[in-house]
Ligand binder design. Sequence first.
Ligand SMILES: Cc1cc2nc3c(=O)[nH]c(=O)nc-3n(C[C@H](O)[C@H](O)[C@H](O)COP(=O)(O)OP(=O)(O)OC[C@H]3O[C@@H](n4cnc5c(N)ncnc54)[C@H](O)[C@@H]3O)c2cc1C
Length: 597
Amino acid sequence: MTQTHQHEVIIVGAGGAGLMAALYASRGADTAVLSKLYPTRSHTGAAQGGIGAALGNLEPDKVEWHSFDTVKGSDYLGDQDAIDYMCAQAPEVVYELEHMGLPFSRTDDGKIAQRRFGGHTNNDTKQPVLRSCYAADRTGHMILQTLYQNCIKNKVHFYDEFHVLDLLMNDGVANGVVAVELATGELHVFHAKSVVFATGGHGRIWELTSNAYAYTGDGVAITLRRGLPAQDLEFFQFHPTGILKLGILITEGVRGEGGVLINGKGERFMERYAPTVKDLASRDVVSRSIYLEIRDGNGIKGDRYVHLDMRPEVVNHYAELDGRTLPDGTPYRVTGEQLLSKVPDIVDFCRTYLGIDPIKEPMPIQPTAHYAMGGIPTNVHGQALSDAQGTIVPGLFAAGEVACVSVHGANRLGTNSLLDLVVFGKEAGKMAAEYAKSADYKPLEANPTDFTRQQLDRILGKSGGEKVVTLGEEMKTKMMDDVGVFRTAEGMASAIEKMRELRERYKNVSVDDHGKRFNTDLLNAWELGCLLDVALATAVSAHARPESRGAHAREDFPKRNDAEWLKHTLAWMDGDQVRLEYKPVTITKYEPKERVY
Ligand SMILES: Cc1cc2nc3c(=O)[nH]c(=O)nc-3n(C[C@H](O)[C@H](O)[C@H](O)COP(=O)(O)OP(=O)(O)OC[C@H]3O[C@@H](n4cnc5c(N)ncnc54)[C@H](O)[C@@H]3O)c2cc1C
């Protein structure tokens, strides 16, 4: 039996973006949050390093510097009006989180502590600046808990472990979603005036990733299936420091605290690639440098990894060579205990997953798929857009990693995602409530669950067909090899063919569990369908861009080409065809320049 529920605002996703949206929407409208995971299990809880804001608590900093660093980090593909807005809002939202009860780490005089992060600089001296506000290495965990508690206080209605499978639309206006309740396997229809998608990213397309298992691109796939575009999917960030073979993230905060990257010859190789900021260059630059070292045979023992070294004697040695000082001018020196207190979870991960103590031994690392710069196109108010002209989809909003505003352009700076979640989650929540107040419930179509049932019945109706794990592994390996850190026309063309083949084989996918309650087998199969759609759209978008910009690095087109390619990609899916269009980048103050670090 399908149940129908009605709420003015439905928010899909209970990570940082969804909860911030819920908090603000619930102040003006009846609001419900649907989440396939229990809210506090959302990936936001895994964020370690911090949230960027030019508070200047320890040394001089300015909003304008944060803005310019973000534009430069984006390789000039970020929209400068949106970036200015986000960076200007940053101090206010960080204090707002503090007032909600977020337990930030503190300076000796009680202010919010700040650390260095890649790409964030003092624009006068060009040196790394202390800008990332953190709660040890559990910043995302604290944000998630704080927002969840505040949502509960504000009586937001939560539907936990409800997996959304479709977006409902009436004549181009969003008016609800269809979800399966995990515990019963029943379908539920949610009728709404506004729908906010805050479903996170899709890093599970790649073999080695820092992303949670739930990062399967549901939001992007659902909107693509409903005829809406996805923006800039070719830009996917590889984080330089994932634990060897596992991909688990070692926060950039480790390098912010003085950790250095060392190759098999014992060299601090980033000196050669980014002479000024060295290990704290932006992530695309550091990931590529590691790849080049490995390719030139400079991996540790010639193997496919390098070391991240945060032993105190090594940190102190390089801090001395760099002439690094504390804000009061005294030389920067650390002890093992100090490092342990600043990145306790990292030390724990290394002990658990690698059996090594990073205070005594270097960590073996390799780049890991980390963050989707692309997603559902929105404006700065979180309103979803349906074309290159910026036409608004009435009733539909998106925020967080699933959205593309675009503040990250071709490459995101560390700490700017948590910031994006709270700034644009807030905006989307406010706007969704405002829209709901002036709109009526648009009638639902006669059989709103038809499309969802078709998708599930196709999977449940088969037995002995293709296996989810086999198709998934073939997808991940191919995407890692050919749509990874470095790309070529030939490799990407073969990835496109492979994704088409896998999508064809997916039509014959089957699962072993045919029951109703907690059928995760079935939902994993459905999620694989999302990953395959997003992988195909990613490969096609990437293949069509003959230049290197930010995270999209082509061996056959190593240079950025602003004359022809300073533009955003929009991709629409039609069967196994992907149609592309382009739209201009908003440039207000900063004309594109070559990036030097
Ligand atoms: C290991 C790691 C460390 C990071 N560290 C940092 C950092 O220090 N600083 C920084 O700025 N950024 C960091 N990032 C990036 C940042 O954490 C993420 O981009 C951000 O948390 C995403 O938040 P979100 O709200 O968009 O999505 P999430 O927090 O992932 O939430 C997504 C929500 O959507 C729900 N959902 C998804 N699909 C469905 C569906 N079909 N139906 C119902 N619900 C659904 C999920 O249940 C979940 O509640 C890190 C990322 C990782 C992976």
